[in-house]
Design a protein around this ligand. Sequence first.
Ligand SMILES: [Zn+2]
Ligand SMILES: [Zn+2]
Ligand SMILES: [Zn+2]
Length: 151
Amino acid sequence: MRSGFEAQLRAVSLRVTRPRLAVLAALRDHPHVDTDAVLRLVRAEHPTVSHQAVYDVLRALTDAGLVRRIQPAGATARYEARVADNHHHIVCRSCGAIADIDCAVGDAPCLTASDDHGFVVDEAEVVFWGVCPDCATEHTAQRSASSEGST
Ligand SMILES: [Zn+2]
Ligand SMILES: [Zn+2]
Ligand SMILES: [Zn+2]
């Protein structure tokens, strides 16, 4: 695994550093996490890595195309190591949980604009919104709890 990340970094002419390897490993194991979560995951293994270092690594990896940054409306930016495909995301309106959805078409843009106004279209940003299974269950539980507990 480690050597895979090293090869990825070298392929985009980035120096192999421990924080970069740690961030890539964290994102492989925990997709769609925000900066704070990445920091926690990296520090669990490398306690001396600074917030600024993780921030810089995320930006460098995103710029190099090794990490994808997504930011659903109203949410903090999330990062993932699954890149180079045109997969989409489904976001829970209640807790912000995010899951991957394979693109039915595969390549961007996967929707055809009814009128492109002469633009060269290269991407259609598709985000699915809904309520995740956990929240759907919780809402049902909360409703019954509040009706019992109300005075
Ligand atoms: Zn949810
Ligand atoms: Zn994803
Ligand atoms: Zn698609």
